[in-house]
Design a protein around this ligand. Structure first.
Ligand SMILES: [Zn+2]
Length: 128
């Protein structure tokens, strides 16, 4: 049960298949998942660098602290959030423990995404 498995599945489904995306992640958001590459633009209005100014998608989330930088990965149904430093797997922090329930839900939702995108990918997503 590793969160990296989930991240890589999402990258595979929604990314361009490049090595750099495997390392850095992708910028992607739907109603369930959000992923954003580590950002070091240092612009004042960047929610990933300076979390004081929140993008619209975070404003409705009362649990978000105004000073919190936007996460690099957010699983909206359970509010699981993950931050990393530049590369996936490096200096990762998360806002809560990854529960077995959340992990299973993520896999289900990834499978839905895969079905919707209609890709003929035979690799099984059930890896446990
Ligand atoms: Zn930035």
């Amino acid at each position: 049960m590793k969160i990296e498995n989930i991240l890589q599945k999402l990258i595979k489904l929604k990314g361009d298949g490049s090595d750099s995306q495997e390392r850095y992640g992708i910028n992607y958001e739907d109603g369930t998942f959000m992923m954003h590459q580590f950002c070091w633009c240092e612009r004042e209005d960047c929610p990933w660098c300076n979390g004081e100014i929140l993008p619209q998608m975070f404003r409705d989330d009362a649990e978000i602290q105004e000073c919190e930088n936007a996460p690099n990965f957010w699983y909206k149904p359970t509010n699981f959030k993950l931050w990393w430093y530049k590369y996936i797997g490096r200096g990762m922090t998360q806002n809560m423990a990854l529960s077995k329930y959340a992990y299973k839900q993520m896999k289900k939702d990834l499978k839905k995404l895969k079905d919707v995108s209609g890709e003929n990918n035979v690799e099984s997503i059930n890896d446990n």
